[in-house]
Design a protein around this ligand. Structure first.
Ligand code: NOJ
Length: 549
């Protein structure tokens, strides 16, 4: 893209930094978006064929989960070649075409990058595992058994069980913080760092606008391999084994900034205006350190997952937003995530009605929002019959709620038997699920008050009102069970009230102001001028353009 080209979102030129600030990110899980080849699994050509959905929705950034060559033990998060495309998804030419098609529509393209681990079938690991003297032995984390035998320490895998796998041929254990088929790379080794940065360079050269960095806070582990502290509250009957310890020495080590993130940021900045998003599940206090101490030394957007675990009531939400806002370092920018391919669907977590005001919250808070595919339709978790379970986490930890298939089911484009995702003659890789007549793009495009219509209206209003995209956040005291706040940009003020309660409540506009209701959770409701006090129905929300005093 030419440097002087004007950005579709903000009117700023490419030379300006920070295009992601007023952008909205949309996550596509490629296996489940659109199958073009007719094998029941989504692919890159399928993504290209559905880009117009993103344009009509009004998002700005397309983030696509991994499509690298992979044995698919973890459906692509086990990478066997960091510079290619798995034949299941297409070819590098398909990738180039997709990228060009996205850019032609003014969309940015963010790839997934998986720095913590490769596949055990990556040639680097095969070579590393060949012998203790292999030139690449130190590219992964090999350790002798503990003195009395058994794993070198008590670290746990997020995919279930110990984080160590015994390798009989060379008589050592290797570390895998996820599946045994996903051995951890040794980022303390300079050659590993170079090879991984080279892989990122490969895609930057092709024109990608950034990377989402998978579990980047796991990339460095304690140099002395000390045991993680035991978790005194662990209940083995109800919780997976990884909960038995607090991952103090296996994650979030201080060296992750200088050894992993800072070099990545330097590389991204060398290409100009590229975005790094960190997938980091940590408390807000720890999370904000990933912005980096020095300016432009960390990731621009350390994913903020608090809404995934939030208690959906006005007071706790107000506190969570206030505390997070207070932690954002000067000059840095917040972000919010409502769902992704690993977490229960928002409509399942809060119910279909409250999912509407959750969307209003996501898209009116200060910070870059990330939307997960299908949430714009209100898709819910799909029940997966036992014989169709695919996710290794569910297979390793059955019945503990760790399985992710229910949120990875195919996108629904229309009401045909396979939802327009794949031909009706082939079985989709995961079931389509119930409630198809209501939960599909075609039906909701015709329905003025659908969840899709609400998302389109919210995104259009966000684009129209800089106070919503770029403005300051001002908390307004909760009124009843309604969360209230203002967004302010210059003279433009927008007031938002979202009633999370079960009863109607009276809302006072701030400072006795008057204004125009621009949007409610039913987007077909016409704009309406309002005086100082409004009644807000249960599970309803309003966005009010306040009039200048
Ligand atoms: C986080 C990804 O979002 C998840 O899907 C994956 O299983 C793990 N990282 C391991 O790569």
């Amino acid at each position: 893209m030419a440097l002087a080209e004007v950005d579709r979102v903000s009117g700023r030129t490419e030379r300006d930094s920070g295009w992601w600030r007023d952008a909205v990110v949309y996550q596509v899980y490629p296996r489940s978006w659109q199958d073009d080849s007719g094998d029941g699994v989504g692919d890159l050509a399928g993504i290209a064929s559905r880009l117009d959905h993103l344009v009509s929705l009004g998002v700005d950034v397309l983030w696509v989960s991994p499509f690298y060559p992979s044995p698919m033990a973890d459906f692509g998060y086990d990478v066997a070649d960091y510079r290619g495309v798995d034949p299941l998804f297409g070819t590098l030419e398909d990738f180039d075409e997709l990228l060009a098609a996205a850019h032609a529509r003014g969309l940015k393209f963010v790839m997934d990058f998986v720095p913590n681990h490769s596949s055990s079938e990556h040639p680097w690991f095969t070579e590393s595992a060949a012998s203790r003297d292999s030139a690449k032995r130190d590219w992964y984390l090999w350790r002798d058994a503990a003195p009395g035998g058994g794993a070198p320490n008590n670290w746990k895998s997020s995919a279930g069980g110990s984080a160590w796998a015994w390798h009989e041929p060379t008589g050592q254990y290797y570390l895998h913080q996820f599946l045994a088929a996903q051995p951890d790379l040794n980022w303390r080794n300079g050659a590993v760092r170079e090879a991984m940065l080279d892989a990122m360079r490969f895609w930057f050269e092709r024109g990608v606008d950034g990377f989402r960095l998978d579990v980047v806070y796991h990339c460095i582990v304690d140099e002395q391999f000390r045991d993680d502290p035991e978790n005194p509250d662990f209940d083995p009957d109800t919780r997976p084994s990884f909960d038995a310890v607090v991952p103090t020495f296996s994650t979030d080590r201080p060296e992750v900034m200088p050894l992993v993130i800072e070099p990545m940021r330097r590389l991204a900045d060398a290409y100009g205006n590229r975005l790094l998003i960190g997938e980091i599940y940590l408390s807000p206090e720890k999370l904000v350190r990933y912005y980096g101490e020095a300016p432009a030394s960390g990731v621009q957007l350390p994913f903020n997952f608090q809404l995934i675990f939030a208690e959906w009531r006005a007071e706790p939400l107000a506190a969570l937003i206030r505390d997070y806002e207070a932690l954002i370092p000067d000059g840095e920018w917040p972000n919010w995530v409502l769902g992704n391919h690993d977490q229960d669907r928002i409509a399942t977590r809060v119910g279909p009605e409250r999912a509407r005001i959750a969307a209003m919250l996501l898209l009116t808070l200060r910070g870059t929002p990330t939307l997960y595919q299908g949430d714009e339709l209100g898709m819910t978790n799909v029940e997966i019959p036992t014989e169709r379970v695919r996710d290794p986490w569910e297979l390793n930890m059955p019945g503990l709620g760790e399985g992710r298939d229910p949120v990875r089911t195919p996108m629904r484009w229309d009401a045909s038997p396979h939802a327009g995702f794949c031909p009706d003659t082939v079985e989709p890789w995961l079931p389509i699920g119930a409630d198809l007549a209501r939960l599909n793009v075609a039906a909701q495009s015709r329905e003025p008050d659908s969840m899709l219509a609400l998302h389109r209206a919210l995104l259009a209003l966000r684009r129209e009102r800089p106070s919503l995209s770029l403005g300051d956040y001002r908390s307004v005291a909760a009124q009843g069970e309604a969360l209230c706040y203002e967004r302010v940009h210059g003279a433009e003020r927008t007031f938002v009230a979202l009633n999370f309660g079960d009863a109607p409540c009276q809302i006072e506009l701030p400072d006795g102001a008057t204004g125009t209701i621009r949007l409610t959770s039913r987007p077909s409701v016409p704009n309406r001028d309002v005086e100082a006090v409004i009644t807000l129905a249960a599970a309803d929300g309003i966005v009010v353009a306040l009039r200048q005093a």
